[in-house]
Design a binder for this molecule. Sequence first.
Ligand code: PLP
Length: 431
Amino acid sequence: MFDLIGMNASETLFARAQQLIPGGVNSPVRAFRSVGGTPFFTQRAQGAHLTTADDVDLIDFVCTWGPAIHGHNDPDVRAAIARALENGTSFGTPNPYEVDMAELIVELVPSVEKVRMCNSGTEATMSAIRLARGYTGRDKIIKFAGCYHGHVDSLLVKAGSGALTLGNPDSAGIPASFAAETIVLDYNDADALRRTFAAQGAEIAAIIVEPYPANCGLILPDPGYLELLRELCTQNDSVLIFDEVMTGFRVAAGGVQALVGITPDLTALGKIIGGGLPVGAFGGRAAIMDHLAPLGPVYQAGTLSGNPLAMAAGIAALKKLKATQPYDRLEKMGRTLRDALLGAAKSKGLPLQVPQVGSMYALFFSEQPVRNYGDATASQTAHFNQLFKYALDHGVYLPPSAYETCFISTAHEGADIEQAAEILAAGIRAI
Ligand SMILES: *Cc1c(COP(=O)(O)O)cnc(C)c1O
């Protein structure tokens, strides 16, 4: 099978990169610090596959960390970018794509009446928080341990995978006074939430939550938990922000909110809505969104926001999801993998949890279902790291951290999913 030990081109590139780029990477988890070894460089990507700089072919379950739901280099997305490119790359004025994109998001995401485009998920959550504070005139926000909302100062507290596996849960460079405005609670702890609102409800501008936390493995809400968030925000005039940068268009076209029928006040989006180009967006109730400049006092802007190439790519990706409705197919593939992983762990006598929703799944080597950050960090990451290495050596790329979610694309359907299931099952038996 495949053997990455002699990966010369990637090693050479990484050595050069380390001289020039901090840690050799432009985003920390890519450096493989938590799993060990040298990261491979990708030369090209097609469908469910990556081809490394050393010409090794890998079935990819990272899917560019979520965006590639149609697989890499999807022909429809590529054609849309090529058509847009004929007309120029950036205008600095309003452009027609922005209106089409806004129409699609408003149509598909139940809670969104108005939407503003930006350039990353981080910008989306940062702006949503600022808007919630400007709208309510309050400063405090609630976030949950293990939820990642991008590298926003006040949100980089107990922030999941990247920060977690670097042993650096709170980043340096964030004033204590910023972090002091952030109340961190355990996800799925209903009593802690009730107590916090009882004590400080009038000071709380917003709750920000990944409705299905997916940056600390994958954690699912207890029955009634998301409903409780909605109820407490409504009672206390606080803004409920769903960060659906990961789950939006991934678990359903309308995100978790469409699946569970809960209406947040604001929603942050990113990843899939850019079709593989850099994009973010935030939207919600018109009465809140109209507090943004130029209508209102909350400032937010972006030189490249609504960029025509990114809009064209995103529109093509969303239209394709709308037309093909691949969610049942993705769910089937998710179950196939989950069943293979659990079956292998059982035959080996290894405790394993595989939370899975549609095309998202994660592995926790632990006895108990994982309900929060503490449960997640108590899992046996050494086992995951062994599996990661086995999989990579045999042509399957899992995320390079025990605290990431794995993603499936429509391009995995068929032989790739079956082959990957066999390799991952063998990897578990080899632990
Ligand atoms: C990836 C992610 C972000 C940050 O998005 P970037 O585009 O990387 O800035 C924010 N929230 C969630 C839930 C994410 O998964």
